[in-house]
Design a protein around this ligand. Sequence first.
Ligand code: AMP
Length: 655
Amino acid sequence: MEYAKLVELYERLEKTPSRLDKVGMISSFLENLDDNDVRMSILLLQGKVFPKWSEKEIGLAAKTSAKIISATSGLSESIVMKDFSELGDLGLVAEKAIGKKTQMVLFSKKLSLGNVFENFRRLAETEGAGSASRKMNLVSELVSSASPKEAKYIIRTITEDLRIGVAEGVIRDAIAQAWFADVEWLGNAGKKDRFISLFLNSSGKSFVFDAEGAKKAKRMISEEKFEDFIKRNNVSEKDLSDFDENLLWKREGKIDYIITGDDSLGNDLYKRIVGYIEWAWFLNPDYAEVAIIAKNKGIIGLKKAKITPGRPIHVLLAEKAPSLEDAIESFEHVALEVKYDGMRTQIHKDGERVWLFTRRMENVTAMFPDIVDMIKRHVKVEVCVLEGESVGIDQKTGKPVPFQKLSQRIHRKYDIRKLAKEIPVQVNLFDVIFLEGEMLFDQPFSERRRILSEIVEEENGKLQLAKQLVTKDIEKARVFYQDALSAGQEGVMVKNLDAPYQPGKRVAGGWLKVKPIMETLDLVITGAVWGTGKRAGWFGSFILSARDEDGNFRECGMMGTGIKEKKTADDDVTFKDLTEMIKDDITTEKDNMVIVKPRIVLEIAYEEIQESPNYASGYALRFPRLVRIRYDRSPDEADTIERMNALFMRQKGRG
Ligand code: AMP
């Protein structure tokens, strides 16, 4: 396939604000591709060439990309940089520069998708001495035979700033639409116009209606037009209440559309399709592979998704409980566990091989050889996946160090063993989800914990099971909670002993966390303002945003408090730290303000949430203050405007 085809899709996606339309465009694009093109396209639509859990990334700095544009277009670097500061998008700069190229290469080869993908892969794999120039060559090779539009997206891909508004959920829904029947319920008010146009314009498609659906459709377009519709398409009527779900797969059921008059039934069928796709993705977090299963094996294939040692999964998440009492009352059989303040660690073992992943599925195996050693010595089974929290320990006090300190180990490339001695870790195991080839999700937590205690030989203070107390007695629970806090831990987790393990979910009925602090918000930095006076040379305040329901970031405040001018303690965050973290993410610069790619998540405390017409979120934070950097959260896990609204309502109720 030609890369130009994908570029044409990128262009259409960029211009389309509607999520539904984006899903439709991607699904009809994917529908007719072979496996290999599906795989490459799905990764490239997410701006990637490896799944998100891979350590290999494409990212090149803006400066390097500017050099490439200059070298391939013949424009000077200073002109390229000037265009960049005006347009705020290196992709557009590349498009313009290549468009202007005076000596057009007349017989340049057309770029194939495979070529582009392969060069991007090599780019991500190139390391070590001389890698900078090899990387430049790989991209220059592509850009010099690219059309202006192709150059735009090659550059946007390497700067990891695709700007086509395609979140993971859009890819998931596009997979559903490409290879499964499109389930529609006619009470879906927002789609009425689409239904009418579907019935009036489609032809040669296969439709299954239930009686109520057919009746409503006739009412929408008239009996007569419905007769015409039936003549143009292959239409049948069925009772859908016990519909065989395997027929939802287009290859099996040969159905393009299932139309029901029963909204909850429609919703349920649709959610099932999406649910199976998501399930496979929770266990194999790569939509490129999930798409191939959906395409070739349908629902049966998706249901068979299984953990593969060495590949991280989406883990179970916790909910907040309003109080310890509330949490304990939530379940019949409860266990309290210390909530350790460290790094969620997913531990995979297959014989002598061990892998470690964070909650965001980063592979941190190389940075924690001490954990790998302990697992090899103390876990008495061949194959398993365990879950735990790794805490950095202060050698003098024996207390946990702040996460910030432990995180020095997370991105470390050199002197790893030395740092492991300076900041030793303690692993607190709390679950086992895979054992000798079998998934243990359906076993109740009490049973999983029992198995865990059998397969792990504890080494006190080093590798141990999370401290646990099974009780319904609130007085005993309070003592346990206070003990956890005085030991320097975050609080407690209250767990339902009867609950299964649900990957990827923040589920009611699973884990409840109880922490003493006020409810902070996790917000994303989307911009900053240069500081003056003592803060000159650094950003002095930061624009914070929350997520809206479409995954866009909407501003809700400016923060300059809680950040230090000088580092005096390990967990201090300075203006310099934050400036360095975001300065490569700048997309637009105007006067003393910059807009940055949403990447860094901060935990923010505040006095009050106020309604505000000045901010896009509709809310403003009063006296926002930095609590810490949430290295463990990605922007798509940041708090939503909906949560701000809930907190705002609650605060009003109190006030
Ligand atoms: P939070 O990040 O505040 O939503 O809290 C959930 C996190 O607490 C999990 O992702 C774990 O990293 C961490 N955690 C610490 N101790 C435990 C425990 N005993 N059980 C489960 N999670 C724990």
